[in-house]
Design a protein around this ligand. Structure first.
Ligand code: PGA
Length: 215
């Protein structure tokens, strides 16, 4: 199915990425597809548990996770940072503060992603290690719905900083809460030993070259 023409690959590129990576990957995919117009892209977006299942079933060429399933036999490469930040509507009483202690947020309602979400997993781990608790929470299974709900005053949320700048209602701000952001990163993941198609290898190379030096 795969042909080479003047060094350019023709074929299908199948990507499986967690929901926060949908703010990262299209910006890399655009120029790549312009340079390789013959490539057909299949771009699957899901939460960590869904993309983990796709990885286990070997459905895609390349995967992007924040919390790679290290219990599986995988190779991972650090792509870039994905800090998680506290977001609030601009008119929130704390929005003008320069530094906000965690205890000032007592009594807030938190809008949390669903079980199976890597974002939720990262927040729970952070709260556990810091001895913090999110007393009142509501589960909303979409970053976009969470942003709209925060903007509408339903509560606060902890989300990828990139989610704040992409497709976000205009009145959201990041709150400078002590101890934040939660450090987090995106990783490119492939099953260990998997032979990548030429186009998948080329896109992997493109991602690594665009996202800077790797550790
Ligand atoms: P998710 O994606 O919250 O949609 O699972 C981000 C991640 O895995 O960190």
């Amino acid at each position: 199915r795969l042909a080479q023409r003047a060094g350019l690959s023709v074929g299908r590129l199948r990507l499986g990425v967690v929901t926060t990576a949908k703010y990262l990957v299209p910006g890399l995919l655009g120029p790549f597809c312009q340079a390789h117009p013959q490539v057909e892209v299949e771009f699957q977006v899901g939460n960590r548990a869904e993309i983990r299942r796709r990885l286990q079933d070997n459905l895609d060429d390349l995967y992007v996770f924040s919390h790679p399933p290290r219990e599986l036999d995988i190779e991972l490469t650090l792509l870039t940072e994905n800090p998680l930040v506290v977001i609030a509507p601009r008119e929130h009483p704390l929005a003008s503060r320069r530094r906000i202690p965690w205890k000032a947020l007592a009594g807030e309602r938190w809008l949390m992603r669903e079980p199976g979400s890597g974002t939720r997993h990262a927040i729970e781990r952070f709260c556990e290690t810091q001895g913090l608790s999110l007393d009142k929470s509501i589960t909303i299974a979409s970053n976009e719905a969470i942003k709209e709900s925060v903007a509408a005053g339903l509560g606060l949320a902890i989300l990828s900083r990139l989610a704040l700048t992409h497709m976000a209602p205009g009145n959201l701000v990041e709150l400078p809460v002590e101890g934040f952001p939660i450090a987090n990163s995106w990783y490119l993941v492939v099953p260990r030993g998997k032979q990548l198609s030429p186009i998948a290898a080329a896109f992997k190379q493109h991602m690594l070259s665009q996202l800077g030096p790797q550790v």
